[in-house]
Design a protein. Structure first.
Length: 335
């Protein structure tokens, strides 16, 4: 037994789950690990987030906050922040993504539920003082992963300073349009693989939220865009339009054109970040499987860049990473 295994056993013993049977659950792009625990007909989920690389405190803090606004999030049953352990309520296996793969005809039902969950939260939400803000400096830094990871992988050398400065200046010109909508809670990775169907709960609470520890305060268009511009699966254009219309109908004071600009700028920022992140997962973390999503990410980014609010950013990409270059495989990438 390793020291980590012994610490897990001690945590579970203290929580009354030491004798539970453990079943490994699928992980994610982080270093976190998950197990489903079985004890006398009950289940719970163990999150192992080893410090200093991971920190369970943001998850617990955001979980408690969202619960106050009647969002369905797993209850925290036990916590050891120093060692990086959480014992959580088990939401089961009805992940939206899994259901869509098995029953694609339910897409409208599940996307309506996810959209209604966002609407319900935004109607109630009052930001706490300790919620981090998704500011322009962070947005630009994240979009700059294109420079830090994609550029060297594509060209074999670091991005020249002048080109990098032009990229950041282009984002500075575009980001004000992102902030044209009211601020709200941003889950930050709101998509179907982080949502669970809880049919025993009423209304929007039938949508359970996972993986929300990176939640921040920022433009309220961001999570709807994350849901509908899914880099892992195609969302039909008609469905996307329908969900945007549903969201806007719930907030009639929102100007449609202003929302569309914010949605596009947030989408471009997110997709630029993901381009760099997926290359980083390959180069730094030896996880090349994410590279298969790059064509879809490029397609989403190109669609966002067509919006007039992104003209400076589009100009930079068209000059330095034109469509022909985007279509080329990255040198050394597995086939």
């Amino acid at each position: 037994m390793t020291a980590r295994d012994a610490a897990i056993s001690a945590f579970l013993d203290a929580a009354g789950w030491g004798a539970a049977r453990r079943m490994t659950l699928a992980g994610d792009a982080s270093l976190r690990r998950y197990w489903r625990l079985h004890r006398n007909g009950e289940t719970a989920v163990l999150m192992d987030a080893p410090p200093p690389h991971e920190d369970v405190r943001p998850f617990a803090r955001v979980a408690h906050m969202l619960a106050r606004f009647d969002v369905s999030v797993p209850a925290v049953l036990a916590e050891d922040a120093a060692n990086g352990f959480l014992l959580l309520e088990d939401f089961g296996d009805r992940l939206f993504g899994r259901t869509l793969a098995e029953q694609p005809a339910r897409a409208d039902e599940l996307y309506v539920l996810a959209t209604d969950s966002l609407i319900a939260l935004q109607r109630r939400f009052a930001p706490p003082a300790d919620l981090p803000r998704f500011d322009d400096a962070r947005a630009t830094a994240e979009a700059s992963r294109v420079l830090e990871w994609l550029w060297p992988a594509q060209f074999g050398t670091a991005c020249p300073d002048a080109i990098a400065a032009a990229y950041r200046a282009a984002w500075s010109a575009a980001l004000p349009a992102w902030r044209g909508v009211p601020d709200g809670f941003i889950h930050f990775d709101f998509f179907v693989d982080n949502l669970v169907h809880l049919p025993a709960r009423d209304g929007a609470r039938a949508c359970g939220w996972l993986d929300f520890q990176d939640g921040v305060l920022g433009p309220s268009s961001f999570d709807l865009m994350s849901l509908l511009q899914d880099v892992r699966r195609d969302v039909p254009a008609e469905l996307e339009r329908s969900m945007v219309d549903r969201y806007l109908a719930a907030f009639p004071a929102l100007d449609r054109a202003t929302f569309a600009a914010s949605y596009a700028v947030g989408g471009a920022q997110r997709n630029a970040r993901i381009l760099g992140t997926f290359v980083r997962l390959w180069k730094r973390d030896s996880k090349p499987s994410y590279l298969k999503y790059l064509p879809r990410v490029w397609a989403l980014l190109e669609r966002d860049l067509a919006h007039p609010a992104l003209a400076p950013v589009r100009g930079w990409f068209d000059h330095h990473l034109p469509p022909a270059r985007r279509a080329e495989p990255l040198p050394g990438a597995p086939t």
